[in-house]
Design a protein. Structure first.
Ligand code: SF4
Lengths: 618, 342
């Protein structure tokens, strides 16, 4: 009965799942990406949550989406536009129609496409009968009714409401067929997912098969796609999100440094997952403290740091603003502290579930007084691990707070991440003091790094007082001496500047010796910028990329990197904060800018268009 | 500031005295509080290196610089939060918080109530002088209604907080009140507070000679205090007065002052103070008493044992360590869904 039509081999494909927030689209997306990962595809995913927890059903505000980009080659972003869109209701279709490719396959649940649903979604005309879906490969599947019928036939006493929760498996079945995949993988996922509820395992598997069989028999879809496994990639991988990676990076740093981890934090979107994840790691002696507010979050961490813990606090933009005063205390007491800021759209509450890079200047400058601290930024979900580890390492070794910038896009996005081994991670040396060290003074400094030393309460013979009042050099007495204050301000600034001696040089992707155009980015935009630059290089353009992870201080060769190119363009998801920063340090260069503040990541297509225009300009 | 003297012999007050000058105004009530604390510490059987004093901002909060222990002079209102983190991380330390009425009741009010709710084993001394001293004389959250200060030239129109009420309202398990002029009373209470497991709140009626001189004198003055203060002691009848002829009884829904020997009242009718009663109702009434309707209660009003936050946290860690298969970070990184790509 096989109606196997042609199987088309694809280099990469983008699938978007969209439905009501209760429809389980996130789960479906994860299931699809897990299966892809098992098959050896590279991947990147991004969820698109509504900001309300349960907005009215069937409305645009209630649409929840999940985008998966899988590839035979390396995949760096969740993709600009979808090749396949699954829309379980008209609202999901309406919200996503502008994010699909012109010839995309659109799978809809025809059972939900009626006047009642059109009205809720705000369609004036029936989209199935006007020209709005022209050119698409539209698959009208009776997903709800067939799912219900399948569950009913099992005769295991599940009602329609429960049956409707299996609809996502029908979708899954369709996609398994569409992508020419072995069903056992999907079944395995369900067996694990519902391990404690055998009747749900049964129902979901039955519906999954029903979806697969439907696709095979009905000839609804003309082609099947095949995305081959990625070549040359071997080893153990995890599909990891930025928030989990950041959490694990901190735990790894604590273990490496021989310290225990303390996180003082307050729930805030999109950073809460870090607090959640670490709260579950009591087995690794992680202490989490869910504080009464953002301020107490950082203050408890400062207390723990004084007590000799690797201390961290996690937050997002408005929370970082609240932590400002205490961050200043960490600067002047010169205690290690990692502040993870998962940026979101601002100002104020702004766009809590959307991504942005607009806290850069807040991170660099946002404290009272001369208050320098290290600022670094992660640039992919997986390397949130590496940079959280690095933030902890720099903080402890240089005895100063470090702000790690992530963003909503990295935090919630996932990618396939090669699992590191602890033995391969760099050492972290804690500048501890021996009991009864006769030479210990609270503000005596390491001659190279200029950092002070870490003497812990309970240690014999090292009793000392630190605090927010300016302290005298070396001895740490309260001091209002004007020259001492200037000296201490300079020490704190120079200490941070000297971190440049301990971080890697800025890398260039592309023409390492210089060339026509240098694209400059920082942090979470890496995937899009890299992909755009890579595609253009393949098209023959002389274009390169410098993506910055170290912001304060900048890598030592920054000037050299900037100077090698004829043109420079700084791309960031704000109105030009990194551009301002670079201009203030390297005013000798001319910079073009590409800024986007829509709560959305960059699209590769828009970047390429801008770069091409810039290259054509004389 | 550091000291490298590490003699392990029995401690005395001198072990906690600093050489540098103390910069409170002459005659400030803070001096006697400092001295009482220094007298208390040697009695606790704790190594001198294990004490930490954390303070906020204000006159009182200079305290850590004046006592030879580990210390943090932190941010306005945040001492309770910083000390919470320190004690949660390091339950082995003996941690004290020094704060004032502005520091703890105004800017730090939120941290104050949440510290108490969590019952972290900290000893918190509130220097209550009912005024902002360091900023030179603005009214505070404990300034009596109607007081004329620099920022209330027409009199305050805000009802004052009572630290005891707030403590008990936040489910506090230890609350005591003492007077800066009574060192023996302070030392006794500081000792009980330090030995109590859980958050101990001690309100000190402290005199600010400069901006609010004699604010507590109406209660604590030599000539009047016997009749206006009741020194409460666990398991002792609530009796006061120069002649020890007055007492408290529970009448209806309130405490009432009665005279022993009048209206058929004898000593056995007087309410006996039970500081250890988990039910806080009477403690609340005691903490709220104000002159002239009642005497002001001084001493340990409530002292009830319960689990501490840091104790429960350690228990969870022990339990999780014993029951999890994930023993180190390598285990963690390889846990859950791992894709083995060949
Ligand atoms: S201003 Fe008042 S509280 Fe402050 S030190 Fe002087 S007397 Fe003491």
């Amino acid at each position: 009965m096989s109606n196997k039509n042609s199987i088309i081999e694809l280099e990469q494909v983008v699938v978007k799942f969209a439905g009501d927030s209760g429809d389980g689209m996130q789960l479906t997306g994860m299931q699809f990406s897990d299966a892809s990962a098992s098959l050896g595809n590279d991947l990147s995913t991004f969820p698109d949550y509504p900001s309300e927890i349960r907005a009215p059903q069937g409305t645009i505000a209630g649409v929840s989406g999940f985008q998966v980009h899988i590839g035979h080659k390396e995949v760096q972003t969740p993709g600009d536009l979808a090749d396949v869109l699954v829309a379980l209701n008209p609202a999901a279709l309406k919200a996503n129609m502008k994010w699909v490719k012109p010839s995309a396959t659109i799978i809809i649940d025809i059972d939900n496409f009626d006047n009642k649903h059109y009205k809720k979604a705000g369609f004036i005309e029936d989209p199935l009968h006007d020209s709005s879906l022209k050119g698409f490969n539209l698959v009208k599947a009776p997903i709800t009714s067939l799912s219900r019928a399948t569950v009913r036939e099992l005769n295991i006493g599940l009602d329609n409401k429960t049956a409707d929760k299996t609809r996502n498996q029908f979708v899954m079945g369709l996609l398994f067929w569409l992508f020419d995949r072995d069903m056992t993988m999907g079944e395995h996922f369900l067996q694990e997912k519902f391990a404690k509820k055998p009747e749900l395992v049964k129902a979901n598997i039955a519906v999954l098969r029903a979806g697969f069989n439907y696709a095979e028999t009905v000839e609804a879809m003309t082609n099947q796609f095949h995305v081959n496994p990625q070549k040359g990639r071997k080893g153990k991988f995890k599909k990891i999100s930025g928030n989990i990676a950041a959490s694990w990076g901190l735990v790894a740093a604590a273990e490496k440094a021989g310290l225990k981890l303390f996180l003082g934090s307050y729930p805030i979107t999109p950073a809460s997952e870090i607090l959640q994840e670490l709260s579950g790691l009591r087995n690794l002696e992680v202490k989490t403290f869910q504080a009464e507010d953002e301020i107490a979050g950082i203050c408890t961490a400062i207390g723990a740091s004084f007590g000799g813990y690797l201390a961290a606090t996690s937050t997002s933009g408005p929370g970082l603003a609240l932590k400002t005063e205490a961050a200043g205390l960490a600067v002047i007491t010169e205690l290690p502290l990692v502040i993870v800021n998962v940026q979101r759209g601002g100002p104020s509450t702004g766009l809590p579930t959307k991504t942005e890079q607009s806290d850069l200047l807040q991170a660099i400058h946002g404290r009272s007084g001369e208050s320098p601290c290290i600022v670094i930024a992660a640039s992919s979900p997986g390397n949130c691990f590496e940079y959280a580890f690095e933030a902890a390492k720099l903080s402890v070794e240089h005895m100063t707070p470090v702000i790690l910038l992530s963003d909503g896009y990295l935090a919630n996005g996932t990618e396939l991440w090669p699992i590191p081994q602890m033995k391969d991670l760099p050492e972290i040396k804690t500048p501890r003091v021996k009991d009864n060290d006769p030479n210990y003074q609270p503000y005596k400094r390491d001659p190279e790094k200029l950092s002070r030393f870490w003497a812990l309460p309970g240690q014999e013979g090292l009793r000392h007082r630190i605090g927010g009042l300016e302290k005298s050099d070396v001895y740490g007495e309260v001091s209002h001496d004007p020259f001492n204050h200037q000296l201490m301000c300079q020490y704190r600034a120079e200490k941070v500047n000297r971190v440049a001696d301990y971080i890697p040089k800025q890398d260039i992707y592309g023409s390492k010796d210089g060339g026509e155009l240098l694209v400059i980015g920082w942090g979470g935009t890496y995937g899009a910028l890299y992909s755009a630059v890579k595609e253009m290089r393949e098209e023959g353009y002389d274009i390169s990329l410098a993506q910055f992870n170290y912001i304060m201080p900048l890598p030592k060769n920054t000037d050299e990197v900037l100077g090698k190119f004829k043109k420079r363009i700084i791309c960031e998801l704000n109105l030009g904060q990194f551009a301002d920063y670079l201009r203030s340090i390297y005013p000798q260069y001319k910079y073009s800018q590409f800024n986007k503040v829509q709560g959305l990541p960059f699209f590769i297509s828009e970047l390429k268009k801008r770069f091409k225009t810039l290259l054509e300009e004389e | 500031m550091t000291d490298n003297n590490n003699s392990t012999q029995e401690l005395t007050k001198k072990d906690f005295t600093v050489d540098s000058t103390i910069k409170w105004c002459a005659g400030c009530g803070a001096f006697s509080i400092l001295s009482s604390v220094q007298n208390t510490l040697p009695k606790l059987g704790v190594k001198k290196d294990d004490f930490v004093f954390v303070s906020g901002i204000g006159c009182s909060s200079r305290f850590p610089y004046y006592i030879k222990t580990y210390g943090i002079h932190s941010l306005h209102g945040r001492a309770t939060a910083i000390a919470s983190g320190l004690k949660s991380a390091r339950p082995d330390l003996n941690v004290w918080v020094i704060t004032g009425d502005g520091d703890s009741m105004a800017i730090g009010g939120n941290h104050f109530i949440h510290l108490i709710r969590r019952n972290i084993d900290l000893n918190v001394i509130i220097f209550n002088n009912k005024i902002y001293g360091l900023t030179k004389g603005q009214y505070s959250p404990t300034t009596p209604m109607g007081s004329k200060t620099k920022t209330s030239p027409f009199g305050t129109i805000e009802r004052p907080f009572m630290p005891g009420e707030l403590t008990l309202g936040a489910q506090g398990n230890f609350f005591a009140r003492v007077i800066d002029k009574e060192p023996r009373g302070m030392e006794d209470v500081f000792l009980q507070a330090a030995l109590h497991k859980g958050t101990s709140i001690i309100e000190v009626f402290q005199n600010c000679v400069i901006f609010n001189n004699a604010i507590h004198e109406q209660i604590t003055g030599k000539d009047v205090r016997d009749d206006r203060i009741i020194y409460v002691e666990h398991n002792k009848p609530l009796i006061f007065g120069k002649e020890r002829d007055k007492g408290l009884i529970l009448k209806g829904q309130d405490l009432e002052v009665v005279k022993i020997g009048e209206n058929g009242i004898s000593e056995s009718d007087i309410l006996v103070h039970d500081a250890n009663n988990p039910n806080p109702n009477v403690h609340y009434m005691l903490a709220r008493m104000t002159y002239p309707t009642h005497p002001v209660a001084v001493g340990v009003i409530r002292s009830v044992e319960d689990n501490t936050y840091e104790g429960l946290l350690e228990e969870q860690i022990e339990h999780a360590k014993a029951n999890s298969k994930i023993k180190n970070v390598d285990d963690l990184l390889n846990s859950g869904n791992v894709f083995n790509i060949e």
